[in-house]
Design a protein around this ligand. Sequence first.
Ligand SMILES: [Fe+2]
Ligand SMILES: [Fe+2]
Length: 139
Amino acid sequence: MEVKQLIDRLNDALGWELRAVNMYAHYSANIRGIHRLQLSPMFTTESTESLTHADIVRRAIVKLGGIPVTERNPHEITHCENYDEMLQYSLETETKAAEVYGEIMKLIGDGGDQEMYDAIEQIYLAELRSLESLRLLMS
Ligand SMILES: [Fe+2]
Ligand SMILES: [Fe+2]
């Protein structure tokens, strides 16, 4: 296992989480119409979850001797006020997150830190759950 490569991928994940914190908080505040009732709390929950994920990933980077990024991933956060666009952008974000965590799990592999592997796997599964519930919401 290449530690430098692992730290870089974890930093990618951290950047996406920091972006997700902002994106979901933005959508939670901006959603209009009847769907606000249910989706505003859901976006807030996603934002808080991303904050928790960011903290776990940040600590993993420090444990490996790396320096965690402090800036979010620069991928644009598109302002919108209607729920289907927001859900579309949420799906895009969760797909990216699941992909990055899947790669990190492969990098840690069998020989790696088991505790770190388990923590990343928990995050990965949470991303898959979000993806699945978004798919159902949009179907
Ligand atoms: Fe996450
Ligand atoms: Fe997520």
